[in-house]
Design a protein around this ligand. Sequence first.
Ligand SMILES: [Zn+2]
Length: 285
Amino acid sequence: MKLQRVSGRAFARIAEGDSIYDGWGANQGFLTTREGNMVVDTGFTARAAKGLLHDVRAKSSAPIRLVVNSHDHSDHVFGNSVFGKVSSCIVAHANCRSRLLELGRERIVGYRNFDTRLRSALLGLRIHPAQLTYEDGMDFTLGETTVKLIHPKDGAHTTGDTMVLIPEEKVLFAGDVVWVDYHPNLEDANIEGWIRALEAISKMDVDYVVPGHGPVSDKSCVAPLARYLRDYDRRFRSLVRDGVPRQELAKELEIAGTDEWSLKMIVGRNVDALYERYRASEPSR
Ligand SMILES: [Zn+2]
């Protein structure tokens, strides 16, 4: 992970690989203030979570007041238990907490059984859902800094996404609503809602967007992702309508301009996750 100052007091930890052992390239972030610090996402492995804690403490001796989970996917929340002991509170959208309660244990057991390297990377971690939840949106003040938690209400990357806006710093921690130069994970997506969420970001008064995966960017980074989602959705529909066999879909769904994007392995997984949904809505002829 590479620690980067995004603006005055907002920092990002940017992943340097996209393998399972790198948490598929999931980033984290944090904000420091005189009265305490806020962390956004806690990483997949014990090393990522402990590295994040180390970086926060290197930048500020104030306590960690709040940890925000951007959504329930393992690469963003498995580190929660490391922060359970050192922060006042973990906050998430209500759907993020309920999905983690429902699916988290099964997921962590599955990953522990993946191989011995991953088992040791996850050593000591346990599922630790948020204690504080919200439904529509939430503002809070830390030091003198206002922080806004924004939930795309129609669903975007998941049904429980949170984006963290720090207006004073003109920074948005977008979680997995934004992927830059990475193929996005679409398995829990509402693509129409997601495109609307990206349009909303493009209208925000922000200079920096920290994506869930990929480098820190400005808000122009949402356009290629919105294009990708539109193309993907349109093509998936027409391929299913034309009766193209499932095993050929990943190849047919290669979207122009994405050759250099990381996390190519997710393309096939997305097809597996979405195929039945598209087939139900677009019967083949
Ligand atoms: Zn995700």
